[in-house]
Design a protein around this ligand. Structure first.
Ligand code: AMP
Length: 287
């Protein structure tokens, strides 16, 4: 049964609600989202609930993280449905700021981590991560949670947020949650709805190929050769490949040769106009 959920749209209202919880001694977890919620987002709410007494979800389609030719105007929005799902998932409060609340006239501050965001998705989406870092910093300062939960689906984003929290001494613990997938392996994404039936049928091959790359790495194949083979397979199936990359799972530094420890296999592709990203862990087979 759906519990009641409080909806607030301003930082002032948000802080008034938080003050009541703090007074009662409750700990607080934040789950930032852009809405159009699916089971991946709801898994983050479950993780948040197991890490704190109270859970805030934010829904904000952040213009600062979209490029001029990207899908801001078409990004799926479903406020009433999202609030209902958050209530059913047991979130206590949903923060729904509008653009003027987040970026009042004269807003001039940017948070950026160039060394972590210049390549992979940052290469194709030049201002994207600066937009994410800026809005996440604001959300963390607005809600001052004990814990904030992010998905491994956006792996580069997750590492960037961990780093900014460390660099800026923000008093919050970042908790990550694994990628939630459809039965056929496709990672859930608010953008999957853009796929035509034919593209949707092809889309799970991204996860299959990344998993094959991880299996090849486990067998001792070299990073460069197996990443190129993965790219080739994806192109043969009709994807336009942005990257298939094998990286250090903590620093995102490129790896070469056979892997000697844990690694992350990351991929970004286009099917028609839709950009899909995914990633899987890899490790050498223990002998
Ligand atoms: P978004 O609404 O796309 O900004 O995503 C909000 C949060 O949900 C981010 O921390 C994402 O990494 C996470 N997320 C999105 N899709 C998934 C998924 N399939 N599994 C787990 N987490 C996800």
């Amino acid at each position: 049964m759906a519990q009641s959920i409080t909806t607030v749209r301003t930082v002032k209202e948000l802080r008034a609600e938080l003050a009541k919880w703090r007074k009662a001694g409750d700990t607080i977890a934040l789950v930032p989202t852009m809405g159009a919620l699916h089971a991946g987002h709801l898994s983050l709410i479950a993780v948040a609930k197991s890490n704190a007494d109270r859970v805030i979800a934010s829904i904000f389609v952040n213009p600062a993280q979209f490029g001029p030719r990207e899908d801001l105007a078409h990004y799926p929005r479903n406020e009433a449905g999202d609030v209902q799902e958050l209530a059913e998932a047991g979130a206590d409060l949903v923060f729904l700021p509008d653009v003027a609340e987040m970026y009042p006239p004269g807003f001039a501050t940017r948070v950026s981590l160039p060394s972590l965001t210049e390549d992979l998705c940052g290469a194709a989406r030049p201002n994207h991560f600066e937009g994410v870092a800026t809005v996440v910093t604001k959300l963390l300062l607005q809600s001052t949670p004990d814990v904030a939960v992010f998905g491994e689906k956006d792996y580069q984003q997750l590492l960037m947020i961990k780093r900014l929290v460390r660099d800026l001494d923000l008093p919050v613990r970042i908790v990550s949650a694994p990628v939630v997938r459809e039965e056929d392996g496709l990672a859930l994404s608010s953008r999957n709805g853009y796929l035509s039936p034919a593209e949707r049928a092809t889309a799970p091959i991204l996860f299959q190929v990344l998993s094959e790359v991880a299996a090849g790495l486990a067998e001792g194949q070299g990073c460069d050769a197996i990443a190129s083979a993965g790219r080739f397979k994806l192109e043969a199936k009709g994807f336009r490949v942005d990257y298939v990359a094998i990286r250090d799972p903590e620093t995102l530094a490129p790896l070469s040769g056979p892997i000697k420890g844990p690694a992350r296999v990351l991929g970004a592709v286009y099917l028609g106009k839709t950009r899909l990203i995914d990633n899987v862990p890899a490790a050498p087979k223990s002998r």
